[in-house]
Design a protein around this ligand. Structure first.
Ligand SMILES: Cc1cc2nc3c(=O)[nH]c(=O)nc-3n(C[C@H](O)[C@H](O)[C@H](O)COP(=O)(O)O)c2cc1C
Length: 175
């Protein structure tokens, strides 16, 4: 199996972390992975808030109902309609930002880190909480919070490949 396939299968949601910080250099590498993602019309309508201050992380841990895990760092993937290269493709922003988010997850595995994707958009209440925690301006929307840290739990690599959901040449046709 290729290294990249192994890395993709190794990516699992990690919800328990060692009590040690993530190096800034690694966070920057993750941001570089995020910004390497494809986007419609190469629009790149994204901005990122990287967090490694314990006081800010504590806010996430306590205020995000679906994110009470002890991650020492996070990246908030955001959509800003004012930073895109072309408004024509802005409507693809959720896909653009999701591509960046997944790149960060995969890159983290390669750096020995664990992550979990916390969904924010389109839940209005969660959007408000995240905006408040990281002080986003009104026009900037958080798509996701990615928790990052050294894993304190081990999960088996896996794919969820299942032939029943795969169709060849057209729906309903099996190999
Ligand atoms: C859009 C999205 C939102 C998610 N939100 C949460 C969340 O709020 N809290 C959480 O613990 N996991 C969250 N997850 C992680 C999923 O629960 C996880 O990916 C799924 O159970 C499959 O497990 P795996 O990531 O180990 O393959 C989210 C994943 C996605 C793609």
């Amino acid at each position: 199996m290729t290294d990249i396939l192994e890395t993709i299968f190794k990516r699992r949601s990690i919800r328990s972390y060692e009590d040690r910080p993530v190096e800034r250099e690694k966070l920057i590498q993750l941001l570089q992975a995020g910004t390497a993602a494809p986007s419609a019309c190469n629009n790149q309508p994204w901005e990122f808030v990287a967090v490694d201050e314990p006081a800010v992380m504590e806010q996430f841990h306590t205020r995000l109902e679906d994110g009470p895990y002890n991650a020492p760092a996070a990246i908030v993937v955001c959509y800003n309609p004012q930073v895109g290269q072309t408004q024509r493709c802005d409507r693809f922003w959720e896909q653009d930002c999701s591509a960046a988010t997944e790149n960060i997850h995969i890159a983290a595995v390669g750096l020995g880190l664990g992550t979990v994707w916390l969904g924010v958009h389109p839940i209005e209440e969660t959007i408000s909480i995240v905006k408040d925690i990281v002080k986003l301006p009104e026009h900037v929307t958080p798509l996701a919070v990615i928790y990052i840290g050294y894993p304190a739990e081990k999960k088996e690599p896996r794919t969820k490949y299942n032939e029943s959901i795969i169709h060849w040449q057209g729906y309903g046709h099996k190999k």
